[in-house]
Design a protein around this ligand. Sequence first.
Ligand code: FE2
Length: 281
Amino acid sequence: MTATHSPTAAASGANATERFKSDKLAGVAGTPKERVSLLAREVLEAVHATIRKHKVTYDEYNALKSWLISVGEDGEWPLFLDVWVEHVVEEVATEHRKGNKGTIEGPYYVPDAPEQGARGSVPTRENEPGTALTWTGQVTSTTGEALGGAKVELWHADADGLYSQFAPGIPEWNLRGTFTTDEEGRFEIRTVRPAPYQIPTDGACGKLIAAAGWHAWRPAHLHVKVSAPGHELLTAQLYFPGDEHNDDDIASAVKPELLLDPKPAENGETVEYSFVLDPAL
Ligand SMILES: [Fe+2]
């Protein structure tokens, strides 16, 4: 499998950084100073406690400093945070929910993917590699009401583990689409099975993984965002049974509720998976 991203990590990281800055930075400006002070102080105290506990040396401190500088230079702050931190933020943000479990968004979402109606295919290349997958489902509320007009945004890696707009040579909206449920809240999506992939290994995150003797793999997954007026946005990833990295995902994003159950079909596979959205807070 050619999923090492070696020529593309820097470009991919720079892309993710630019996208984040343009889309989201304005939203963080209003955090009250008491909250900033509390959180910054406690994070620093946790760092100080680790230094004392393990008697961190100047060599180790300088290695950390050098590595932190390279995370920025490689544009890998979105990757680092989304792989090693976001899963706990997601857990805290959604613990009140009665509807579907979600999981992390990761760094490769792009809004406004082409609209495909209630039933259709994501944009693909001619002869897109990978097993054909037909996914049917329904979007309902926690009170059992069908949510017609709900949006199901899907994005995922290709059979080489690469994302359009973050790896070179892939058409802009490949394997990215927006579906709108019919009046019964139903949708049918045709795509291909994504491949497991390693997060980029030639940048700063890869250096940490190599230095620590970890692995860089994420299990194969479909990313989705499901939204409907008056309901909480659900961001999730769906996984495939039997993937060897379901149990040790580097991003800690797998939950048992997010496992699909695909069945062999005449042309590839079919799978059913539906969503229950919580009312907006
Ligand atoms: Fe992903």
